[in-house]
Design a protein around this ligand. Structure first.
Ligand code: FES
Length: 165
């Protein structure tokens, strides 16, 4: 791994007493994802070795939280909540609309590499359904088909803007 990444690892580990350095595992996974876009099995092994953990223990963290990408994703990762409360309020409708608009199935990435569509567990905003998260950061509520269209078109537009004069 690059020296800058190792420096960032060290800064996170330094926040914990030596005996508890494994507590930095989530932060280290987040750093890897930020730098490389996803967390590969090799990087899980690297982190395990760095923290003195079993690789399977790191893998358990990566696979428990769906914000960690286990494979490359598109420029925009769209996580649509499909848990029961959202299903009762058009969560599945929103997912189906995005599948149709983007021409991909849930879990897939568009051919142009722009969008990855995923379902997610409860995002803690059931009353705002349909809800979704863009790139693990931006929460979008009450996503009617019309709002979904606006969102996708708007995100696409941000990638096609030419250089500013
Ligand atoms: S079930 Fe979708 S936000 Fe809670």
């Amino acid at each position: 791994m690059a020296p800058e990444v190792l420096d960032r690892f060290a800064a996170e580990v330094a926040k914990f007493p030596e005996a508890g350095k494994q507590s930095a595992v989530m932060a280290l996974l987040a750093i890897v994802q930020q730098v490389e876009g996803h967390v590969s099995l090799q990087r899980e092994r690297d982190i395990a070795a760095y923290l003195g953990m079993a690789p399977i223990a790191v893998h358990e963290v990566t696979t428990f939280y769906n914000m960690y990408n286990q494979r490359p994703v598109g420029k925009f990762k769209l996580n649509v909540c499909t848990n029961l409360p959202c299903q009762l309020r058009d969560g599945a409708v929103a997912l189906a609309h995005l599948e149709k608009k983007l021409g991909v199935r849930m879990g897939e990435t568009t051919a142009d590499g722009l969008f990855t569509l995923q379902q997610s567990e409860c995002l803690g905003a059931c009353a705002d359904s349909p809800v979704m998260l863009v790139n693990d950061r931006t929460m979008c509520s009450f996503m009617s088909n019309e709002k979904l269209d606006q969102l996708i078109d708007g995100l696409r537009a941000t990638t096609s803007e030419g250089p500013k004069a």
